[in-house]
Design a protein around this ligand. Structure first.
Ligand code: AMP
Ligand code: GLY
Length: 419
C-alpha cells in the first residue's frame, strides 16, 4: 500500500513511524512532513490545509490510504473531498469535525446528550459578555468558538484577566472569526487526563490513557503551549474510571453524532477533568493529541494500518488492540522563545546518539533535513523525545538521558515530565 500522512509535527512523525513499520506499507509520503518523516519516506511540499493539491497528489500517485494528523484539514473538508473522489482518508468529514472546530457545537451536543461537562453560556456581543462577567463569580473560563491552535482558552481568576480575554477575543479578534462567538464556562478543578478512542461511527476502540503538560515551564508555570510533554498510562482512571469515561462520555458522543446525522469516523479525543462528581469534558478533539500520540503509538503493539482501514470501512468491531504494558514518557524540546517567535535553522547535534539508546524514539516536530543530511531546527516545538521503561520512573530517566545528549542553541524543556 501507498500511504500519505498529512501534517508536519511530532504527532505526524510518530504516525509515519508507526505506519512505516506495517508490513502492508510499500511507500510512505508526508505532506509537508519534517526532518524526521524525510528519513522514513518522501516529503511532499504541499501544505496540510491545501486540500485540492493534496487530492491531486493522492490521485496522481494512487495513494491507497491518507492519514490526517491535524484538525485544520479535517475542518476544511479533506476527508469529504478524498471520499467523494474514491480515495480512502482517515478522519472525520467537515461536519463531524465541528465537534472540535466549534466549541458551541460541542457544548450543544453535550447538553443534548447529557454528557458531563462544565455549565456554559454563549455570547456574540462584547457588551452582553461584559455585563454577564460583572454579575458572575470568578474564576470563569472564556473560550473562542473556533479553532485557535490550542490558544483560544482563557482561565480568568480576576476581573482584569476577564476583561483582557474579552478584548482579545471579541475586539482585537486575535483569533479572527474563531472569536465571533465566545463560550463562557464554569471553572472546573481536578486532575486532567486525555482519553482517545478510534471509532467507525458505531464501534469504539478505547486507547490507553495519557496525560499532557500544556504549560511551558517546570512546575506548571508560564504560558499555555501546544504541549511540552506527556506520559501514558496514568493511574487516574483505575478502578472504574475508564468505564465511566466510556459510558458517560465516549459512547454518547459517538452515538449522538450519528443520530444527528454527522457520523464520526476517526479519532475521538476527550480532554477530561476528573472532578469529585466524576469525569467532565473540557474539550473534544477529532484527531490524535500532540504529544499524546508520541507516547500512545510506541506503546501500541498492534499494526496501526489495519485499524485505520477498519475505521474507514466500518469494520472496527473485528479489531483487537494489543498494548505494550510498559509506561512511556515523552519530553518536548522547544526552541528559545516558544510559544512566541523563534529562530529557525539552528543545527541539532546528538540525534543519532540519543536515538541509539534502547527503547528511545526521537520524534521530530519543527525540524528539517538539509540536502547534506544535517538536521536543523524549523519551528517552536522541535523534538519529542520518547522512552519506554519498566516503570514510569525508568521511562522518565531514559527520556531525560536521551534529551541530555541532544543539543541545539537555546533548547528549552521541562524537567518534571512524568513526575
Ligand atoms: P481546552 O483547549 O478546552 O482543553 O482548554 C485548555 C486548557 O484550559 C485545559 O487543558 C485546561 O487546563 C483549561 N481549561 C479548559 N476548560 C476549563 C474549565 N472549564 N475549567 C478549568 N480549566 C479549564
Ligand atoms: N495535547 C493537546 C492536543 O493535542 O490538543
Amino acid at each position: 500500500m501507498k500511504v500519505l500522512v498529512v501534517g508536519s509535527g511530532g504527532r505526524e512523525h510518530a504516525l509515519a513511524w508507526k505506519i512505516a513499520a506495517s508490513p502492508l506499507v510499500s511507500a510512505l509520503y508526508c505532506a509537508p512532513g519534517n526532518g524526521g518523516t524525510a528519513q522514513l519516506g518522501d516529503n511532499v511540499p504541499i501544505a496540510a490545509t491545501d486540500v485540492q493539491e493534496l487530492y491531486k497528489f493522492a490521485k496522481q500517485n494512487r495513494i491507497d490510504l491518507t492519514v490526517v494528523g491535524p484538525e485544520a484539514p479535517l475542518a476544511a473538508g479533506l476527508v469529504d473531498r478524498f471520499t467523494a473522489g474514491g480515495l480512502k482518508a482517515y478522519g472525520p468529514g467537515a461536519r463531524a469535525a465541528r465537534l472540535e472546530a466549534s466549541k458551541v457545537f460541542a457544548k450543544q451536543l453535550m447538553r443534548r446528550h447529557t454528557i458531563p461537562t462544565a455549565d456554559h453560556r454563549v455570547f456574540t456581543h462584547p457588551r452582553e459578555l461584559r455585563a454577564h462577567l460583572q454579575r458572575a463569580e470568578l474564576p470563569l473560563v472564556l473560550k473562542a468558538d473556533g479553532l485557535a491552535g490550542g490558544k483560544g482558552v482563557f482561565v480568568c481568576h480576576t476581573p482584569e484577566e476577564a476583561e483582557a480575554a474579552v478584548a482579545a477575543l471579541m475586539e482585537r479578534r486575535v483569533f479572527g472569526t474563531a472569536g465571533e462567538q465566545v463560550v463562557v464556562e464554569e471553572f472546573l478543578a481536578g486532575q486532567e487526563v486525555s482519553v482517545h478512542a478510534l471509532t467507525d461511527g458505531r464501534t469504539l476502540a478505547v486507547l490507553e490513557d495519557a496525560r499532557d503538560y500544556k504549560r511551558l515551564k517546570t512546575g506548571d508555570e508560564g504560558p499555555n503551549t501546544g504541549g511540552m510533554g506527556a506520559y501514558s498510562p496514568t493511574e487516574l482512571l483505575q478502578g472504574g474510571g475508564f468505564a465511566a469515561v466510556e459510558q458517560q462520555v465516549l459512547v454518547p458522543a459517538v452515538h449522538g453524532m450519528r443520530r444527528e446525522g454527522c457520523e464520526l469516523r476517526g479519532t475521538l479525543y476527550a480532554g477530561l477533568m476528573l472532578t469529585p462528581g466524576g469525569p467532565r469534558v473540557l474539550e473534544f478533539n477529532v484527531r490524535f493529541g500532540d504529544p499524546e500520540a508520541q507516547v500512545l503509538l510506541p506503546r501500541l503493539r498492534s499494526d496501526l494500518v489495519p485499524l485505520l482501514l477498519a475505521v474507514i470501512e466500518g469494520r472496527l468491531e473485528e479489531q483487537q488492540l494489543d498494548w505494550d504494558p510498559r509506561p512511556a514518557v515523552t519530553v518536548v524540546m522547544a526552541a528559545a522563545g516558544y510559544p512566541g517567535e523563534v529562530r529557525r535553522g539552528l543545527p541539532i547535534a546528538g540525534l543519532a546518539e540519543a536515538g541509539a539508546l534502547p527503547d528511545v524514539y526521537v520524534f521530530h516536530a519543527g525540524t528539517r533535513l538539509e540536502p547534506g543530511g544535517e538536521v536543523r531546527t524549523d519551528g517552536g516545538r522541535v523534538l519529542a523525545v520518547t522512552a519506554l521503561g519498566p516503570s514510569r520512573a525508568a521511562a522518565r530517566e531514559r527520556a531525560y538521558e536521551a534529551v541530555r545528549r541532544i543539543r541545539f542553541e537555546g533548547a528549552i524543556y521541562r524537567t518534571d515530565i512524568g513526575l
